[in-house]
Design a protein around this ligand. Sequence first.
Ligand code: MSP
Length: 512
Amino acid sequence: MPHFYVTTPIYYVNDAPHVGHAYATVNADAVARWHRQIGDEVLFLTGTDEHGQKVARAAEEHKMSPQAWADRLAPRFAETWAALDVANDDFIRTTEPRHHRAVQRFLQRIFDNGYIEPGSYAGWYCVGCEAYKDESELLPGRVCPDHRRPVEWLEQENYFFRLSAFQDRLLEWYRDHPHSVQPETKRNEALSFIKGGLQDISITRTSIDWGVPVPWDPNHVFYVWYDALVNYLTAIGYADGDDGVGEWWPSVHHLIGKEIIRFHCVWWPAMCMAAGIDPPAHVQVHGFLLVGGERLSKTRVAGGGERAVKLTEIAPTALVDDFGVDPIRYHLLREVPLGADGEFSYEGIVSRYNADLANNLGNLMSRVATVVGSKCGGTGPAPRLESRLAGVAAEVVASATAAWERFAPHDALETTWRLIRETNAELEAAEPWRAEPGPEVDGVLGDALQALQIVALLAAPAMPTTCAEVWRRIGLTGRPEDQRLPGAARWGTYPGGGAVEKAPPLFPRRSQ
Ligand code: MSP
Protein backbone atom coordinates (compact mmCIF):
# COMPACT_ATOMS: atom_id res chain seq x y z
CA MET A 1 0.00 0.00 0.00
CA PRO A 2 1.50 3.41 -0.92
CA HIS A 3 2.45 5.58 2.04
CA PHE A 4 1.54 9.24 2.12
CA TYR A 5 3.08 11.43 4.82
CA VAL A 6 1.96 15.07 4.90
CA THR A 7 2.85 17.77 7.42
CA THR A 8 1.91 21.37 8.24
CA PRO A 9 4.28 23.83 9.86
CA ILE A 10 4.12 23.44 13.62
CA TYR A 11 2.65 26.68 14.89
CA TYR A 12 4.17 28.93 17.52
CA VAL A 13 2.16 29.07 20.70
CA ASN A 14 2.89 32.75 21.28
CA ASP A 15 -0.73 33.50 20.38
CA ALA A 16 -4.05 31.84 19.53
CA PRO A 17 -4.61 30.10 16.17
CA HIS A 18 -5.81 32.38 13.38
CA VAL A 19 -7.28 31.94 9.94
CA GLY A 20 -3.83 31.85 8.26
CA HIS A 21 -2.98 28.76 10.31
CA ALA A 22 -6.38 27.31 9.41
CA TYR A 23 -5.64 27.84 5.71
CA ALA A 24 -2.51 25.68 5.87
CA THR A 25 -4.04 23.04 8.13
CA VAL A 26 -7.30 22.61 6.23
CA ASN A 27 -5.46 22.34 2.91
CA ALA A 28 -3.18 19.64 4.31
CA ASP A 29 -6.20 17.88 5.83
CA ALA A 30 -8.11 17.82 2.54
CA VAL A 31 -5.12 16.39 0.67
CA ALA A 32 -4.65 13.77 3.40
CA ARG A 33 -8.33 12.85 3.20
CA TRP A 34 -8.05 12.47 -0.57
CA HIS A 35 -5.14 10.09 -0.17
CA ARG A 36 -7.08 8.01 2.34
CA GLN A 37 -9.92 7.78 -0.19
CA ILE A 38 -7.63 6.46 -2.90
CA GLY A 39 -6.44 3.81 -0.47
CA ASP A 40 -3.05 5.15 0.61
CA GLU A 41 -1.81 4.62 4.12
CA VAL A 42 -1.75 8.19 5.39
CA LEU A 43 0.10 9.95 8.17
CA PHE A 44 -1.01 13.55 8.61
CA LEU A 45 0.99 15.49 11.17
CA THR A 46 0.45 18.91 12.66
CA GLY A 47 1.37 20.39 16.03
CA THR A 48 2.88 23.24 17.98
CA ASP A 49 6.32 24.85 18.16
CA GLU A 50 6.75 25.73 21.81
CA HIS A 51 10.35 26.74 22.47
CA GLY A 52 12.34 29.87 21.66
CA GLN A 53 12.35 33.52 22.62
CA LYS A 54 9.07 34.39 21.02
CA VAL A 55 7.13 31.93 23.15
CA ALA A 56 9.23 32.67 26.26
CA ARG A 57 8.39 36.38 25.91
CA ALA A 58 4.70 35.75 25.38
CA ALA A 59 4.71 33.68 28.57
CA GLU A 60 6.54 36.42 30.43
CA GLU A 61 4.03 39.03 29.30
CA HIS A 62 1.30 36.85 30.77
CA LYS A 63 3.33 36.27 33.95
CA MET A 64 3.41 32.55 33.37
CA SER A 65 6.18 30.01 32.96
CA PRO A 66 6.80 29.07 29.31
CA GLN A 67 5.65 25.53 30.03
CA ALA A 68 2.41 26.64 31.67
CA TRP A 69 1.80 29.07 28.82
CA ALA A 70 2.43 26.39 26.18
CA ASP A 71 0.15 24.01 28.09
CA ARG A 72 -2.58 26.62 27.89
CA LEU A 73 -2.12 27.48 24.20
CA ALA A 74 -1.42 24.09 22.58
CA PRO A 75 -4.95 22.77 23.28
CA ARG A 76 -6.40 25.85 21.57
CA PHE A 77 -4.78 24.67 18.35
CA ALA A 78 -5.97 21.10 18.83
CA GLU A 79 -9.51 22.33 19.59
CA THR A 80 -9.53 24.61 16.57
CA TRP A 81 -8.55 21.73 14.30
CA ALA A 82 -11.28 19.59 15.83
CA ALA A 83 -13.81 22.39 15.20
CA LEU A 84 -12.66 22.50 11.56
CA ASP A 85 -13.06 18.72 11.25
CA VAL A 86 -9.35 18.29 10.70
CA ALA A 87 -8.45 14.60 10.94
CA ASN A 88 -4.77 14.72 11.84
CA ASP A 89 -3.22 11.39 12.79
CA ASP A 90 -0.80 12.93 15.26
CA PHE A 91 -0.38 16.23 17.07
CA ILE A 92 3.16 16.93 18.09
CA ARG A 93 4.26 19.34 20.80
CA THR A 94 7.94 20.17 20.80
CA THR A 95 7.99 20.06 24.60
CA GLU A 96 7.21 16.33 24.58
CA PRO A 97 9.94 13.93 25.73
CA ARG A 98 9.78 12.00 22.43
CA HIS A 99 10.72 15.20 20.63
CA HIS A 100 13.54 16.11 22.99
CA ARG A 101 14.98 12.64 22.45
CA ALA A 102 14.71 12.93 18.65
CA VAL A 103 16.32 16.39 18.56
CA GLN A 104 19.18 15.25 20.74
CA ARG A 105 19.77 12.13 18.71
CA PHE A 106 19.58 13.95 15.37
CA LEU A 107 21.88 16.81 16.37
CA GLN A 108 24.31 14.53 18.17
CA ARG A 109 24.61 12.63 14.88
CA ILE A 110 25.40 15.87 13.04
CA PHE A 111 27.93 16.79 15.74
CA ASP A 112 29.57 13.36 15.48
CA ASN A 113 29.70 13.75 11.70
CA GLY A 114 31.74 16.92 12.19
CA TYR A 115 29.25 19.51 10.96
CA ILE A 116 28.80 21.37 14.24
CA GLU A 117 31.58 23.43 15.78
CA PRO A 118 32.02 26.34 18.24
CA GLY A 119 32.12 29.90 16.91
CA SER A 120 30.74 33.38 17.43
CA TYR A 121 28.26 35.56 15.61
CA ALA A 122 26.76 39.02 15.96
CA GLY A 123 23.95 40.51 13.95
CA TRP A 124 20.41 41.84 13.80
CA TYR A 125 17.88 39.35 15.10
CA CYS A 126 14.11 39.36 14.61
CA VAL A 127 12.36 37.61 17.48
CA GLY A 128 9.18 37.37 15.37
CA CYS A 129 11.03 35.34 12.71
CA GLU A 130 13.36 33.77 15.28
CA ALA A 131 16.16 34.45 12.77
CA TYR A 132 19.05 36.77 12.01
CA LYS A 133 18.34 39.31 9.28
CA ASP A 134 20.73 40.83 6.83
CA GLU A 135 20.75 44.68 6.92
CA SER A 136 19.67 44.67 3.28
CA GLU A 137 16.43 42.82 4.13
CA LEU A 138 15.30 45.42 6.68
CA LEU A 139 12.98 48.40 6.29
CA PRO A 140 14.13 51.88 7.37
CA GLY A 141 14.62 52.06 11.13
CA ARG A 142 15.87 48.43 11.08
CA VAL A 143 12.37 47.05 11.04
CA CYS A 144 11.59 43.46 10.00
CA PRO A 145 9.44 43.57 6.84
CA ASP A 146 7.36 40.57 7.98
CA HIS A 147 6.75 41.55 11.58
CA ARG A 148 6.92 45.35 11.33
CA ARG A 149 8.95 45.42 14.53
CA PRO A 150 12.54 46.59 15.09
CA VAL A 151 15.19 43.89 15.07
CA GLU A 152 17.60 43.48 18.02
CA TRP A 153 21.39 43.28 18.10
CA LEU A 154 22.41 39.80 19.22
CA GLU A 155 25.95 38.59 19.88
CA GLN A 156 26.51 34.94 20.51
CA GLU A 157 29.34 32.57 21.30
CA ASN A 158 28.07 29.13 20.71
CA TYR A 159 27.79 26.19 18.33
CA PHE A 160 27.46 26.60 14.61
CA PHE A 161 26.09 24.32 11.95
CA ARG A 162 28.42 24.31 8.94
CA LEU A 163 25.75 25.16 6.40
CA SER A 164 28.45 26.63 4.14
CA ALA A 165 29.76 23.09 3.54
CA PHE A 166 26.50 22.14 1.81
CA GLN A 167 26.20 24.67 -1.00
CA ASP A 168 27.36 22.32 -3.77
CA ARG A 169 25.57 19.30 -2.39
CA LEU A 170 22.30 21.23 -2.18
CA LEU A 171 22.62 22.52 -5.74
CA GLU A 172 23.36 19.01 -6.94
CA TRP A 173 20.38 17.66 -5.04
CA TYR A 174 18.06 20.26 -6.55
CA ARG A 175 19.43 19.49 -10.01
CA ASP A 176 18.61 15.82 -9.51
CA HIS A 177 15.20 16.48 -7.94
CA PRO A 178 13.71 19.22 -10.11
CA HIS A 179 10.15 18.91 -8.80
CA SER A 180 10.89 18.73 -5.10
CA VAL A 181 9.76 22.30 -4.36
CA GLN A 182 6.45 23.49 -5.77
CA PRO A 183 5.48 25.88 -7.27
CA GLU A 184 8.47 26.37 -9.57
CA THR A 185 8.84 30.05 -8.59
CA LYS A 186 9.41 29.01 -4.98
CA ARG A 187 12.01 26.47 -6.02
CA ASN A 188 13.82 29.28 -7.80
CA GLU A 189 13.67 31.34 -4.65
CA ALA A 190 15.31 28.50 -2.70
CA LEU A 191 17.94 28.09 -5.39
CA SER A 192 18.79 31.76 -5.33
CA PHE A 193 19.29 31.64 -1.54
CA ILE A 194 21.72 28.79 -2.06
CA LYS A 195 23.53 30.40 -4.98
CA GLY A 196 23.80 33.65 -3.02
CA GLY A 197 26.20 31.91 -0.63
CA LEU A 198 25.51 30.10 2.62
CA GLN A 199 26.77 31.21 6.00
CA ASP A 200 27.19 28.92 8.97
CA ILE A 201 24.31 29.16 11.42
CA SER A 202 24.42 29.62 15.14
CA ILE A 203 22.28 26.77 16.42
CA THR A 204 22.54 26.91 20.21
CA ARG A 205 21.73 29.51 22.84
CA THR A 206 22.95 30.29 26.30
CA SER A 207 20.87 33.50 26.57
CA ILE A 208 17.71 31.51 27.27
CA ASP A 209 17.06 28.11 28.77
CA TRP A 210 13.67 27.49 27.20
CA GLY A 211 14.63 24.82 24.69
CA VAL A 212 16.03 21.35 24.18
CA PRO A 213 19.34 20.92 26.06
CA VAL A 214 22.41 20.31 23.91
CA PRO A 215 23.57 16.79 24.79
CA TRP A 216 27.33 17.47 24.56
CA ASP A 217 27.17 20.84 26.39
CA PRO A 218 24.19 21.18 28.74
CA ASN A 219 24.74 24.92 29.31
CA HIS A 220 23.24 25.41 25.87
CA VAL A 221 19.81 24.82 24.44
CA PHE A 222 19.16 24.38 20.73
CA TYR A 223 18.00 27.33 18.66
CA VAL A 224 14.25 26.96 18.15
CA TRP A 225 14.33 26.37 14.37
CA TYR A 226 16.88 23.59 14.79
CA ASP A 227 14.60 21.93 17.26
CA ALA A 228 11.39 22.59 15.35
CA LEU A 229 12.34 21.13 11.97
CA VAL A 230 13.20 17.81 13.60
CA ASN A 231 9.53 17.36 14.56
CA TYR A 232 8.92 15.80 11.16
CA LEU A 233 11.25 12.96 12.17
CA THR A 234 10.11 12.72 15.78
CA ALA A 235 6.62 11.77 14.67
CA ILE A 236 7.85 8.81 12.65
CA GLY A 237 9.86 7.42 15.51
CA TYR A 238 13.34 8.78 14.85
CA ALA A 239 13.99 8.99 18.58
CA ASP A 240 13.53 5.34 19.19
CA GLY A 241 13.71 3.44 15.93
CA ASP A 242 16.29 3.09 13.23
CA ASP A 243 17.68 6.19 11.54
CA GLY A 244 16.25 5.25 8.16
CA VAL A 245 12.82 6.05 9.67
CA GLY A 246 11.00 3.34 7.77
CA GLU A 247 8.41 3.71 5.06
CA TRP A 248 7.54 7.34 5.77
CA TRP A 249 10.85 8.94 4.91
CA PRO A 250 12.01 10.60 2.67
CA SER A 251 8.74 10.50 0.68
CA VAL A 252 7.23 13.21 2.86
CA HIS A 253 5.19 16.23 1.74
CA HIS A 254 5.83 19.39 3.77
CA LEU A 255 3.16 22.05 3.27
CA ILE A 256 4.57 25.41 4.37
CA GLY A 257 3.96 29.15 3.99
CA LYS A 258 6.26 31.11 1.71
CA GLU A 259 7.99 32.96 4.57
CA ILE A 260 9.68 29.78 5.77
CA ILE A 261 11.15 28.57 2.47
CA ARG A 262 14.72 29.22 3.58
CA PHE A 263 14.32 27.03 6.65
CA HIS A 264 12.63 24.16 4.82
CA CYS A 265 14.37 24.26 1.46
CA VAL A 266 17.91 25.24 2.46
CA TRP A 267 18.55 24.53 6.15
CA TRP A 268 16.45 21.41 6.52
CA PRO A 269 17.79 19.42 3.54
CA ALA A 270 21.34 20.34 4.60
CA MET A 271 20.63 19.19 8.17
CA CYS A 272 19.27 15.90 6.85
CA MET A 273 22.36 15.41 4.68
CA ALA A 274 24.59 16.19 7.65
CA ALA A 275 22.75 13.60 9.76
CA GLY A 276 23.08 11.04 7.00
CA ILE A 277 19.46 10.84 5.88
CA ASP A 278 17.82 11.85 2.60
CA PRO A 279 16.27 15.33 2.36
CA PRO A 280 12.46 15.53 2.19
CA ALA A 281 11.10 14.61 -1.21
CA HIS A 282 8.57 17.41 -1.55
CA VAL A 283 7.95 20.87 -0.13
CA GLN A 284 4.69 22.48 -1.23
CA VAL A 285 4.76 26.22 -0.64
CA HIS A 286 1.60 28.26 -0.18
CA GLY A 287 1.06 32.01 -0.17
CA PHE A 288 -0.64 34.31 2.31
CA LEU A 289 -4.21 35.21 2.96
CA LEU A 290 -4.37 38.96 2.93
CA VAL A 291 -6.75 41.52 4.32
CA GLY A 292 -6.95 44.71 2.30
CA GLY A 293 -3.83 43.67 0.38
CA GLU A 294 -1.65 43.22 3.45
CA ARG A 295 -0.86 40.32 5.66
CA LEU A 296 -1.43 42.20 8.86
CA SER A 297 -3.33 45.23 7.75
CA LYS A 298 -6.28 46.61 9.66
CA THR A 299 -9.57 46.63 7.91
CA ARG A 300 -13.16 45.48 8.13
CA VAL A 301 -13.70 41.74 7.69
CA ALA A 302 -15.22 39.41 10.20
CA GLY A 303 -18.85 39.63 11.20
CA GLY A 304 -19.52 42.23 8.52
CA GLY A 305 -19.23 44.89 11.21
CA GLU A 306 -17.14 48.01 11.31
CA ARG A 307 -14.53 46.78 13.76
CA ALA A 308 -10.99 46.92 12.48
CA VAL A 309 -9.48 43.44 12.46
CA LYS A 310 -6.13 42.01 11.54
CA LEU A 311 -6.01 38.71 9.74
CA THR A 312 -4.21 37.31 12.77
CA GLU A 313 -7.16 38.27 14.94
CA ILE A 314 -9.71 36.28 12.98
CA ALA A 315 -10.46 33.15 15.01
CA PRO A 316 -11.33 30.22 12.75
CA THR A 317 -13.84 29.00 15.33
CA ALA A 318 -15.80 32.27 15.09
CA LEU A 319 -16.14 31.73 11.34
CA VAL A 320 -17.27 28.15 11.91
CA ASP A 321 -19.91 29.37 14.38
CA ASP A 322 -21.15 31.85 11.79
CA PHE A 323 -21.14 29.76 8.60
CA GLY A 324 -20.78 26.13 9.63
CA VAL A 325 -17.69 23.99 9.31
CA ASP A 326 -17.98 22.78 5.72
CA PRO A 327 -18.59 26.21 4.14
CA ILE A 328 -15.46 27.52 5.87
CA ARG A 329 -13.42 24.51 4.82
CA TYR A 330 -14.72 24.93 1.29
CA HIS A 331 -13.81 28.59 1.27
CA LEU A 332 -10.28 27.98 2.59
CA LEU A 333 -9.73 25.36 -0.10
CA ARG A 334 -11.45 27.00 -3.03
CA GLU A 335 -10.81 30.73 -2.78
CA VAL A 336 -7.01 31.10 -2.84
CA PRO A 337 -5.00 28.60 -4.93
CA LEU A 338 -2.09 27.04 -3.03
CA GLY A 339 1.00 29.00 -4.02
CA ALA A 340 -0.69 32.37 -4.59
CA ASP A 341 -1.55 35.18 -2.20
CA GLY A 342 -5.22 36.08 -2.03
CA GLU A 343 -7.71 38.31 -0.30
CA PHE A 344 -9.65 36.97 2.64
CA SER A 345 -12.86 38.77 3.44
CA TYR A 346 -16.24 38.23 5.01
CA GLU A 347 -17.95 39.45 1.83
CA GLY A 348 -15.88 36.95 -0.16
CA ILE A 349 -17.07 34.09 2.04
CA VAL A 350 -20.71 35.13 1.67
CA SER A 351 -20.58 35.49 -2.08
CA ARG A 352 -18.82 32.18 -2.68
CA TYR A 353 -21.18 30.49 -0.24
CA ASN A 354 -24.21 31.79 -2.10
CA ALA A 355 -22.85 31.09 -5.58
CA ASP A 356 -21.20 27.70 -5.15
CA LEU A 357 -22.95 26.15 -2.18
CA ALA A 358 -26.49 27.58 -1.98
CA ASN A 359 -27.14 28.10 -5.70
CA ASN A 360 -25.17 25.24 -7.22
CA LEU A 361 -24.72 22.23 -4.96
CA GLY A 362 -27.58 23.00 -2.59
CA ASN A 363 -29.97 23.77 -5.41
CA LEU A 364 -29.08 20.59 -7.32
CA MET A 365 -29.67 18.50 -4.21
CA SER A 366 -33.06 20.03 -3.46
CA ARG A 367 -34.45 20.03 -6.95
CA VAL A 368 -33.42 16.39 -7.54
CA ALA A 369 -34.96 15.30 -4.23
CA THR A 370 -38.14 17.27 -4.93
CA VAL A 371 -38.66 15.90 -8.42
CA VAL A 372 -37.79 12.31 -7.44
CA GLY A 373 -40.45 12.78 -4.76
CA SER A 374 -43.10 14.07 -7.13
CA LYS A 375 -42.36 12.05 -10.27
CA CYS A 376 -40.65 8.84 -9.14
CA GLY A 377 -42.47 8.09 -5.90
CA GLY A 378 -39.39 9.03 -3.86
CA THR A 379 -37.31 6.14 -5.20
CA GLY A 380 -34.07 7.05 -6.99
CA PRO A 381 -33.93 5.73 -10.55
CA ALA A 382 -30.69 4.26 -11.97
CA PRO A 383 -28.65 6.38 -14.41
CA ARG A 384 -28.55 5.86 -18.17
CA LEU A 385 -25.33 4.34 -19.36
CA GLU A 386 -25.47 6.43 -22.53
CA SER A 387 -25.63 9.99 -21.31
CA ARG A 388 -23.85 13.24 -22.10
CA LEU A 389 -23.19 13.64 -18.39
CA ALA A 390 -21.31 10.33 -18.32
CA GLY A 391 -18.61 11.88 -20.51
CA VAL A 392 -18.49 15.05 -18.43
CA ALA A 393 -18.21 12.98 -15.25
CA ALA A 394 -15.31 10.94 -16.62
CA GLU A 395 -13.43 14.12 -17.51
CA VAL A 396 -14.18 15.67 -14.14
CA VAL A 397 -13.05 12.59 -12.20
CA ALA A 398 -9.80 12.51 -14.16
CA SER A 399 -9.03 16.18 -13.73
CA ALA A 400 -10.07 16.34 -10.07
CA THR A 401 -7.88 13.31 -9.38
CA ALA A 402 -4.92 14.97 -11.06
CA ALA A 403 -5.55 18.20 -9.12
CA TRP A 404 -5.72 16.50 -5.72
CA GLU A 405 -2.53 14.64 -6.63
CA ARG A 406 -0.68 17.87 -7.34
CA PHE A 407 -1.80 19.63 -4.17
CA ALA A 408 -4.34 21.81 -5.93
CA PRO A 409 -7.59 21.53 -3.94
CA HIS A 410 -8.72 24.76 -5.56
CA ASP A 411 -8.59 23.19 -9.04
CA ALA A 412 -10.04 19.91 -7.82
CA LEU A 413 -13.11 21.73 -6.48
CA GLU A 414 -13.45 23.99 -9.46
CA THR A 415 -13.57 21.01 -11.79
CA THR A 416 -15.96 19.14 -9.48
CA TRP A 417 -18.31 22.13 -9.62
CA ARG A 418 -18.32 21.85 -13.41
CA LEU A 419 -20.18 18.55 -13.00
CA ILE A 420 -22.68 20.26 -10.68
CA ARG A 421 -23.24 23.10 -13.15
CA GLU A 422 -23.64 20.79 -16.12
CA THR A 423 -26.08 18.60 -14.22
CA ASN A 424 -28.14 21.64 -13.27
CA ALA A 425 -28.07 22.71 -16.93
CA GLU A 426 -29.26 19.25 -18.09
CA LEU A 427 -32.15 19.45 -15.65
CA GLU A 428 -33.09 22.92 -16.82
CA ALA A 429 -33.06 21.75 -20.44
CA ALA A 430 -35.09 18.60 -19.76
CA GLU A 431 -37.48 20.17 -17.22
CA PRO A 432 -38.49 16.86 -15.65
CA TRP A 433 -40.70 18.76 -13.19
CA ARG A 434 -43.05 19.60 -16.10
CA ALA A 435 -42.96 16.16 -17.75
CA GLU A 436 -45.16 13.12 -17.22
CA PRO A 437 -43.59 10.40 -15.06
CA GLY A 438 -41.99 7.68 -17.17
CA PRO A 439 -38.68 6.36 -18.50
CA GLU A 440 -37.51 9.75 -19.82
CA VAL A 441 -37.97 11.47 -16.45
CA ASP A 442 -36.40 8.47 -14.67
CA GLY A 443 -33.38 8.68 -16.95
CA VAL A 444 -32.84 12.38 -16.38
CA LEU A 445 -33.10 12.00 -12.61
CA GLY A 446 -31.03 8.84 -12.52
CA ASP A 447 -28.26 10.76 -14.28
CA ALA A 448 -28.54 13.63 -11.82
CA LEU A 449 -28.39 11.23 -8.86
CA GLN A 450 -25.34 9.55 -10.34
CA ALA A 451 -23.72 12.96 -10.78
CA LEU A 452 -24.50 13.80 -7.14
CA GLN A 453 -22.93 10.53 -6.03
CA ILE A 454 -19.74 11.39 -7.93
CA VAL A 455 -19.73 14.94 -6.59
CA ALA A 456 -20.10 13.60 -3.04
CA LEU A 457 -17.06 11.39 -3.59
CA LEU A 458 -14.89 14.07 -5.15
CA ALA A 459 -15.82 16.81 -2.68
CA ALA A 460 -15.66 14.64 0.46
CA PRO A 461 -12.08 15.65 1.29
CA ALA A 462 -13.27 19.26 1.38
CA MET A 463 -16.70 18.87 2.98
CA PRO A 464 -16.91 15.50 4.70
CA THR A 465 -20.14 16.13 6.61
CA THR A 466 -22.05 17.67 3.72
CA CYS A 467 -20.96 14.93 1.35
CA ALA A 468 -22.00 12.24 3.81
CA GLU A 469 -25.40 13.97 4.02
CA VAL A 470 -25.78 14.10 0.22
CA TRP A 471 -24.83 10.43 0.15
CA ARG A 472 -27.52 9.59 2.69
CA ARG A 473 -30.19 11.75 1.05
CA ILE A 474 -29.69 10.03 -2.31
CA GLY A 475 -30.33 6.68 -0.65
CA LEU A 476 -26.81 5.29 -0.30
CA THR A 477 -25.43 3.52 2.74
CA GLY A 478 -22.04 4.08 4.38
CA ARG A 479 -20.05 7.26 3.87
CA PRO A 480 -18.40 8.62 0.73
CA GLU A 481 -15.03 8.81 2.46
CA ASP A 482 -15.09 5.06 2.99
CA GLN A 483 -15.49 4.29 -0.71
CA ARG A 484 -12.41 3.52 -2.77
CA LEU A 485 -11.57 5.80 -5.62
CA PRO A 486 -11.40 5.80 -8.58
CA GLY A 487 -13.66 2.70 -8.84
CA ALA A 488 -16.50 4.13 -6.76
CA ALA A 489 -16.73 7.22 -9.01
CA ARG A 490 -17.36 5.31 -12.24
CA TRP A 491 -20.53 6.21 -14.12
CA GLY A 492 -23.10 3.46 -13.60
CA THR A 493 -22.29 2.76 -9.97
CA TYR A 494 -25.37 4.56 -8.62
CA PRO A 495 -27.58 1.55 -8.07
CA GLY A 496 -31.04 3.13 -8.10
CA GLY A 497 -33.89 1.72 -6.05
CA GLY A 498 -33.06 3.55 -2.82
CA ALA A 499 -35.22 6.10 -1.02
CA VAL A 500 -34.30 9.69 -1.89
CA GLU A 501 -35.02 12.06 0.94
CA LYS A 502 -36.43 15.52 0.64
CA ALA A 503 -34.98 17.62 3.44
CA PRO A 504 -34.31 21.29 4.29
CA PRO A 505 -31.76 23.12 2.09
CA LEU A 506 -28.15 22.05 2.65
CA PHE A 507 -27.08 25.69 2.47
CA PRO A 508 -29.75 28.33 3.15
CA ARG A 509 -28.93 31.50 1.21
CA ARG A 510 -27.11 34.24 3.14
CA SER A 511 -27.48 37.94 2.83
CA GLN A 512 -24.34 40.13 3.00
N1 MSP B 1 6.93 27.66 14.12
C1 MSP B 1 7.24 28.06 12.79
C2 MSP B 1 7.19 26.88 11.84
C3 MSP B 1 8.10 25.74 12.19
S1 MSP B 1 7.90 24.40 11.09
C4 MSP B 1 9.10 23.34 11.51
C5 MSP B 1 6.25 29.12 12.34
N2 MSP B 1 5.09 29.16 13.02
S2 MSP B 1 3.88 30.18 12.74
O1 MSP B 1 2.98 30.04 13.85
O2 MSP B 1 4.38 31.48 12.47
O3 MSP B 1 3.12 29.62 11.50
C6 MSP B 1 3.59 29.87 10.23
C7 MSP B 1 2.67 29.23 9.21
O4 MSP B 1 1.31 29.61 9.41
C8 MSP B 1 2.99 29.72 7.81
O5 MSP B 1 4.10 29.06 7.24
C9 MSP B 1 1.70 29.44 7.12
O6 MSP B 1 1.56 28.07 6.82
C10 MSP B 1 0.66 29.81 8.17
N3 MSP B 1 0.30 31.24 8.07
C11 MSP B 1 0.60 32.24 8.94
N4 MSP B 1 0.04 33.40 8.47
C12 MSP B 1 -0.58 33.17 7.31
C13 MSP B 1 -1.34 33.95 6.43
N5 MSP B 1 -1.53 35.23 6.58
N6 MSP B 1 -1.88 33.32 5.36
C14 MSP B 1 -1.72 31.98 5.14
N7 MSP B 1 -0.99 31.24 5.95
C15 MSP B 1 -0.37 31.80 7.03
O7 MSP B 1 6.56 29.82 11.42
